[in-house]
Design a protein around this ligand. Structure first.
Ligand code: SF4
Length: 265
C-alpha cells in the first residue's frame, strides 16, 4: 500500500478560503463541513465542465448533444446526496437552458483556440514546492488542483492555461484572476518556464475570451499570499474572522469557535 503523503496540500480554493477566514479553512480541512452544502449555484459550471471534457476527448459532432446525458448524471448524483436546493419549479429548466446556451457558444471557441494544438482537459496537478518556515528550515508543500484546459503550442513548446467560467457576469473574472496567477506558478514549477499566456473562456459573457500575461510582480505577490497562509498554518493561527458577514451560511458555523464559546467553564 502506498504511504500517505503528510506534506501540507494547498489549492487555490483553500487559499481563497484562508484569506476569507482562517478558522473556516482550518475546519473545512479537518472534514467538518456540514453535509448537504447547496450546489445549485455551481451546477451549470459543473455540467459544462463535464461536457467540455467529454467532447474534447472525442471532438466530433455537436457539444450540445452531450448536454442531456451530462446534465442528468450531474443532477442525479447531487440529488442522491440531497445537495441541490432549487429556487422554484422552473429552476431546473433554467439551469438546463444555461448549460445549452453556454455549450453552443463554447464549441466554436474550442475549435478555434484548442483543437489546433496539443491539449489536455481537466489536467490534475500535484506539485511540490519549497517554503521557508519561521525557524529558517525549508519545508516541502504540495500545490494541488486542476487546470480546466492545459494547451501546448508545438511551434514553441510553450503552455497556455485556460479556465472555463460558466457565468454571464461580465466582471466575474476580476474575482478569479488570482486563480490564473496561482496556475502560472504551478506551470513554472512543472515546466521551468511560465505559460506563454493564460486566460478565461467565458462563453456567456460579452467578451468570451480574456487573455492575460502575468509579470514577475504578479508572481511575487501570489507567492507572498501562499507564504502568508503557510506561516499562519505553521504558527497554528486559525482565528475566526472578525466580522460576521456570511457566517450564517457558513458550512462550518456549527463548530466555529466564535459561535461556540462556552458561557460557563
Ligand atoms: S462562521 Fe464565520 S467566523 Fe466562523 S468559520 Fe465560518 S466564516 Fe469563519
Amino acid at each position: 500500500m502506498a504511504e500517505k503523503d503528510n506534506r501540507f496540500k494547498l489549492s487555490w480554493s483553500s487559499l481563497q478560503r484562508f484569506e476569507l477566514c482562517k478558522q473556516k479553512n482550518y475546519l473545512v480541512s479537518q472534514g467538518l463541513s456540514a453535509p448537504g452544502k447547496d450546489v445549485r449555484n455551481f451546477l451549470a459550471g459543473t455540467v459544462v465542465d463535464s461536457v467540455q471534457k467529454s467532447w474534447l476527448e472525442n471532438p466530433y459532432g455537436k457539444m450540445l448533444d452531450l448536454v442531456d446525458s451530462h446534465f442528468e448524471k450531474v443532477v442525479t448524483n447531487y440529488q442522491e446526496k440531497n445537495t441541490i436546493k432549487w429556487r422554484n419549479k422552473n429552476d431546473k429548466k433554467k439551469i438546463y437552458d444555461i448549460c445549452c446556451t453556454a455549450t453552443v457558444e463554447l464549441q466554436p471557441i474550442l475549435e478555434a483556440r484548442i483543437l489546433p494544438y496539443e491539449y489536455e482537459p481537466a489536467k490534475r496537478f500535484y506539485e511540490t514546492v519549497k517554503i521557508k518556515k519561521p525557524d529558517g528550515n525549508v519545508e516541502e508543500i504540495i500545490l494541488r488542483g486542476e487546470f480546466d484546459l492545459l494547451v501546448k503550442d508545438p511551434s514553441d513548446n510553450r503552455f497556455i492555461v485556460w479556465d472555463l467560467k460558466t457565468t454571464a457576469d461580465n466582471d466575474y473574472w476580476k474575482k478569479s484572476l488570482g486563480q490564473l496567477v496561482f496556475y502560472d506558478l504551478v506551470i513554472i514549477s512543472m515546466f521551468g518556464q511560465p505559460p506563454k499566456k493564460s486566460g478565461f473562456i467565458q462563453p456567456l459573457c460579452d467578451e468570451q475570451v480574456k487573455e492575460f500575461y502575468f509579470t514577475n510582480e504578479d508572481r511575487v505577490q501570489m507567492w507572498g499570499r501562499i507564504n502568508a497562509m503557510m506561516q499562519a498554518e505553521w504558527q497554528g493561527d486559525h482565528e475566526p474572522k472578525k466580522d460576521n458577514t456570511g457566517c450564517s451560511f457558513c458550512e462550518v458555523v456549527h463548530c466555529c469557535s466564535k459561535f461556540n464559546r462556552k458561557l460557563f467553564k
